[in-house]
Every structure is written in structure tokens, then in C-alpha cells.
Write a protein that binds this ligand. Structure first.
Ligand code: ADP
Ligand code: MG
Length: 424
């Protein structure tokens, strides 16, 4: 069978039972593919767009099987390693993609109009405006990005487009960050939540195959920034402090870090963190739309490759579900608390853009100190780093203004990286 090529069997005494059952991963992901050789179509390295999806399982669940075999590559990550195609320099420093969510039930019932026309890497927003004489006209706004993922694109495909290419290079002293930006309700959490789990699946594959017995270990932490303060989402929202050591390394004092040895562990931790996040003091959505949630996967390794010495950080992959971008505009609200939080969010989103810009220009000075968010991410902005921004947008006319704001922010980040390319 094809899938066995290059995949070594691991003897059971090297890991606890069930720890490394690659075949069960595949089965879980792809019922059809559990019979080796069943799929005889062309190689599937490109995106395959599905017709329908099902969000009942926020992790693996995506595309309902629609008769045709929907095929995931066995593991692109292992394949790319095999093809020796993992040089960090081959992976773009900054990638900006847009994801448009489908109309929801309420919007469909109200017969709301979808104003976003998508193409593979561009989109057009149809904005309805009024003339002075109150007649309507439509203004079109076109944007170009690295990729535009429409409402039919599944979470698996989002993963393949955004995070998958980065996974191999975090074994090579690279820090990478994936952000979801957009207004509340545009699909940031829906998009971000499954990504770390899928990444862990691939990281563990690499650790158990290509980098087998090389002393790599995987850790996870999960915290949020709310009103400029840090809270541990894996430790009952314990308040945390940030310090800088003599070598200007950021350190979050007391942040819980768990070792990850299997997919189940991380699944549970993500669930726990997300539950902790949304049950804040004043109730669900309000709270989480005002906080940035940061999940970090850290790869460490002991100096001599064994597990006897304390391991040191090799690479890091951060997933950031940003506060609702519209919250940055809450600076004129009647409530002082809300105003202050809005100002902090505004500051952090601006600082983030500036840091990405500095990163892309290889600027010596990176303006971390602009906000808590960027201070915390400091080590991901120095040295060899990669950034993927997923801009989430809602499809309806009611969201038009926020959508345009999101796309302009993304465009700004994108045009920065274009500027860099033309210099080369
Ligand atoms: P945000 O985190 O940006 O506030 P959510 O991720 O909570 O937004 O998404 C809002 C709602 O829309 C949720 O009910 C979510 O399940 C749904 N949703 C978002 N994106 C998609 C998508 N691509 N496909 C199906 N449902 C989606
Ligand atoms: Mg959310």
C-alpha cells in the first residue's frame, strides 16, 4: 500500500499505547482513505473545493462526503520533508489570506444580500451607496491577496493553505504566527479553533518519523490578553505577569505549559482553554470579542538530543484569535471601562501592523512596546519568523463597513510585503 512507503513502524514499547497510531488519524480524517489504494485519482496537492460542509465537529469535521472521494494528501508535511522542500527560505515571510463565511440562517431568513464576489486570490465588495438625490448606486472595491477562501472552503483546506507549509520549518529554529483578524461574528474563532489541533497532528508525525529519537518535545500554553492584562486559559484564568530578562527575552511568569504527546491531550486542552475564555465575568460573546486569545505550540530539544537535560526552545508556532476589530472603535462609548478596552485593542491592532511591517523590511527596530500583544509576541518578531494573517469577513451588506475596514487592514499588511518583494 502506498501509505506505508517511507513510514516506519514504531515498536510499541517506544511510546504508550495508542500514542502514535497514524492509521487511526487517517481513518478519523478520511473514511474512504482507510482502505489503502481506494483512491486512484490524480495527486492532490492543490486545494480541492468541496460543495457542502458540516460544522458539527469543529476539529476534523468539515466536508460531508458527497459521493466523490474528497482526498487529503496522506500527509503533505511528511511528503514535503521527503522532497527536501522545507527550507525556511521557501516559505513566504508574510502571507495574507481572506476567508469569507457563508450567510447564516438568520441572514438567509431575512433574505440578506451577499455583497462579496470571490475569485481565487481576489475579491470584489459591492457597496451600496446613496446619491444626494437619494437614488442608490453600487460602488465596487477590488482587493488582491495571496488567497481568497470562499464560503465553501473547509477548515482542512484553510489549514493546508495557511499553517501546513509552516509546520516543518518550526523544527528549524523558526518562529511563526498565525492571526485571525476581523469583526465579531466574521468567523475568527471558527477558523482558528481547529488549526492548532491539525498542526499538532503534523508536528507529532514529524517528531515520530523524520525527527524520530532526536529529543524533540512539544509543549502548549494558552492565554488571553484582556484589557491589557494576561490570563492563563489553562489555569482557571489565573492572572499572569510579563517580565523581560537580562537578554531581553519575554517571560510570562507562572504560565502553565503542558507537554503534548498525543492528539487527545491537545484536544482536551484546547476545549478547556476555549471554555475558560468564553465564561468570563459578564458572559459569553461580549467578553471574548474584547480579548486576544493566544495558543502557543513550542518545540524544544535537549542539548544532547536526550531527555535528561532541560530542553531548549527550537521553534514556536502561535495561533492568535484577535479581539473583534470593531472593538478598537469603542473609544467614544459612554462606559469608561469599554472606552479604555477599546483604546487598548485599537493600540494593539495598530502595533501589530507596525511589527509585521518592521519584520518584513528586516528593520532593526521593531516597535514591540506599542502594546501588550506585541510585547508578548516579541520573540516571534525577531530572527527567523513567519506570519500568516487570515482576515475573516462576513458576507452581508450590513457588515459592509467593517468588511472594508478589515480588507484595508489586510491590504496594508499585504502591500508591505509586496513592497519588499519588488526590492529584491
Ligand atoms: P468571531 O470569532 O469572529 O466572533 P465566530 O467564529 O464565532 O466569529 O463565527 C460566528 C458564527 O458563524 C458561528 O456560529 C460560527 O459557527 C459561524 N461560522 C463562521 N465561519 C463559518 C464558516 N466558514 N462556515 C460555517 N459557519 C461559520
Ligand atoms: Mg470569536
Amino acid at each position: 500500500p502506498r501509505r506505508k512507503n517511507g513510514e516506519e513502524q514504531v515498536s510499541p514499547n517506544e511510546c504508550s499505547p495508542g500514542l502514535l497510531d497514524l492509521h487511526s488519524f487517517d481513518t478519523e480524517l478520511l473514511p474512504e482513505m482507510s482502505v489503502p489504494g481506494l483512491y486512484d485519482g490524480p495527486p492532490m496537492n492543490h486545494l480541492v473545493r468541496g460543495r457542502s460542509f458540516d460544522d458539527s465537529d469543529p476539529y476534523f469535521g468539515n466536508n460531508k462526503q458527497t459521493g466523490k472521494a474528497r482526498v487529503l494528501p496522506e500527509s503533505n508535511v511528511l511528503k514535503s520533508i521527503a522532497a527536501d522542500n522545507v527550507k525556511a527560505s521557501n516559505v513566504a515571510k508574510i502571507k495574507v489570506v481572506v476567508r469569507k463565511r457563508p450567510l447564516n440562517k438568520k441572514e438567509l431568513t431575512k433574505n440578506e444580500e451577499d455583497i462579496i464576489e470571490t475569485y481565487s486570490n481576489s475579491l470584489v465588495v459591492h457597496e451600496t451607496k446613496l446619491k444626494v438625490d437619494l437614488t442608490e448606486y453600487v460602488e465596487k472595491h477590488e482587493f488582491v491577496f495571496d488567497a481568497v477562501l470562499d464560503e465553501e472552503v473547509s477548515n482542512d483546506e484553510v489549514y493546508r493553505e495557511t499553517v501546513e507549509p509552516i509546520v516543518p520549518i518550526i523544527f528549524q529554529r523558526t518562529k511563526a504566527t498565525c492571526f485571525a483578524y476581523g469583526q465579531t461574528g466574521s468567523g475568527k474563532t471558527y477558523t482558528m479553533k481547529p488549526l492548532p489541533l491539525k498542526a499538532v497532528r503534523d508536528i507529532l508525525r514529524l517528531m515520530h518519523h523524520t525527527y524520530r529519537n532526536q529529543g524533540f518535545q512539544l509543549f502548549v500554553s494558552f492565554f488571553e490578553i484582556y484589557g491589557g492584562k494576561l490570563f492563563d486559559l489553562l489555569s482557571d484564568r489565573k492572572k499572569l505577569c510579563m517580565r523581560e530578562d537580562g537578554k531581553q527575552q519575554v517571560c510570562i511568569v507562572g504560565l502553565q505549559e503542558y507537554r503534548v504527546v498525543d492528539v487527545e491531550t491537545i484536544k482536551e486542552l484546547i476545549e478547556r482553554g476555549n471554555a475558560t475564555r468564553s465564561t468570563g465575568t459578564t458572559g459569553a460573546n461580549e467578553e471574548s470579542s474584547r480579548s486576544h486569545a493566544i495558543l502557543q505550540l513550542t518545540i524544544k530539544r535537549s542539548a544532547d538530543g536526550s531527555e535528561s537535560k532541560p530542553p531548549r526552545v527550537v521553534g514556536k508556532l502561535s495561533f492568535i484569535d484577535l479581539a473583534g476589530s470593531e472593538r478598537g472603535a469603542d473609544t467614544t462609548d459612554n462606559d469608561k471601562q469599554t472606552r479604555m478596552e477599546g483604546a487598548e485593542i485599537n493600540k494593539s491592532l495598530l502595533a501589530l501592523k507596525e511589527c509585521i511591517r518592521a519584520l518584513d523590511n528586516d528593520q532593526g527596530h521593531i516597535p514591540f512596546r506599542g502594546s501588550k500583544l506585541t510585547e508578548v509576541l516579541r520573540d516571534s518578531f525577531v530572527g527567523n519568523s513567519r506570519t500568516v494573517m487570515i482576515s475573516c469577513i462576513s458576507p452581508t451588506s450590513g457588515s459592509c463597513e467593517h468588511t472594508l475596514n478589515t480588507l484595508r487592514y489586510a491590504d496594508r499588511v499585504k502591500s508591505l510585503s509586496k513592497g519588499n518583494n519588488s526590492k529584491k
